[in-house]
Design a protein. Structure first.
Length: 140
């Protein structure tokens, strides 16, 4: 059973406060440095050849092999055309502009209409009422 001795506690606190920041004095001397053996007297160690067949003791049947993931669903043709219009038309216009290729104005207008049409189609076909009212729109 441990007794509380207020005088002993007070003395310990005084000792701590008086020696605050000082390095502790160790009574034990430092151990001597180990003596390294002479390499000429060392016993040669024979290398043990590795057994490549027994190195992997795990049976192949015990390992978990996940199934192949399913292929991602293919979007419908109209949605594919909308994505092509959204990204393909500006990309084609940019490449033609950088290469300084002259195109008929009707083709340039068609590419701009393709971009606007693809964007409008994709926005129009966004889901309206999610099942979860707190859904942020992310889909996996």
């Amino acid at each position: 059973m441990v007794r509380n001795d207020p005088e002993r506690d007070e003395e310990a606190w005084r000792s701590i406060v008086e020696n605050f920041g000082d390095r502790a004095e160790l009574d034990e001397p430092m151990p001597p440095e180990p003596v390294l053996p002479d390499p000429a007297l060392a016993i040669p160690v024979r290398a043990v050849p590795e057994d490549p067949a027994g190195a992997d003791d795990v049976d192949e049947g015990d390992r978990f092999v996940p199934p192949d993931p399913p292929l991602p669903p293919r979007p419908s043709r109209d949605r594919q055309l909308a994505w092509i219009g959204l990204f393909g038309a500006p990309l084609l216009l940019l490449v033609l502009l950088l290469l300084d290729v002259g195109i008929p104005s009707l083709l340039a207008y068609a590419l701009v209409v393709g971009f606007i049409g693809g964007f409008g189609y994709l926005v129009f076909h966004l889901p309206r009422n999610p099942d979860d009212p707190f859904d942020d729109g992310a889909r996996l």
